[in-house]
Design a protein around this ligand. Sequence first.
Ligand SMILES: C[S@@+](CC[C@H](N)C(=O)[O-])C[C@H]1O[C@@H](n2cnc3c(N)ncnc32)[C@H](O)[C@@H]1O
Length: 282
Amino acid sequence: MRVDIISIFPEYFAPLDVSLMGKARERGILDIHLHQLRDWTHDVHKTVDDTPYGGGPGMVMKPEVWGEAVDAVIEDGRAASGGDALPRLIVPTPSGRPFTQEVALEYAEEPWLLFAPARYEGIDSRVVAEYGERLRTDEVSIGDYVLAGGEAAVLVMVEAVGRLLPGVLGNARSVADDSFAPGDMANLLEGPVYTKPPVWRGHEVPEVLLSGHHGRIARWRRDEALRRTLDRRPELVARLDRDGLDKHDRRVIEEFEERLEERRSAAASRPGFRAAPEDVAD
Ligand SMILES: C[S@@+](CC[C@H](N)C(=O)[O-])C[C@H]1O[C@@H](n2cnc3c(N)ncnc32)[C@H](O)[C@@H]1O
């Protein structure tokens, strides 16, 4: 996969030389090209931003410099591949489409990604409007918080996508067992994991994991994934494909919900308890 990143801080991407991503680059699985946005400015100060129309605090990144940079990077990439391919353009922004494992898998199918991380208040909106007509262009958010710039968001996305590329992980099966993986793990968090020794500071590894019984171990892992998801991310359980649940899954969910109900009633019967507003009948 070819990845181009245009930024005013190309040095921010040094971590992509390390560990799995570094090895993927060495092996040519991940072909990353970093570009300094300021190389496409024409003034002595190499200006990339200006004051916002309509006033307000902060600066906005200028459309001309981004336009020249994106055009040049696309031209370069096409010349290198000798074809007429176009990249998928990804613009990080808190107001974008949420980046999920599903999106990572979708991007892992692409031969060429071009990232445009911004600084300040973001890039003049006409840049996305312009390239949205010429390329597949996504505005993508990595979460409901605001970073100082899009570089950290690009690092997150490149690593999530890069580890899915064939040949990057030693054991390709681990991707299928991951939290959120399509198939059995869709909308589920992975449960707890353990290694040797069997007892550490009095904490024991669950007996079933030492049993060598593959069927029981698989069942236990699924139960723990369900319980952990029910406990930490109940909104994901609501998205589980009900037809894909077997009898045992349903029992785990029912038992968890019964225990939750018992805990709620016990808390409600304690002196001084005040019901949460959503529990108070109209
Ligand atoms: C300081 S932020 C601008 C935030 C903008 N004023 C807003 O409220 O949406 C600067 C840049 O950081 C990046 N960024 C910040 N938070 C992000 C997030 N949650 N996901 C993806 N990119 C983000 C984007 O590239 C953004 O343009």
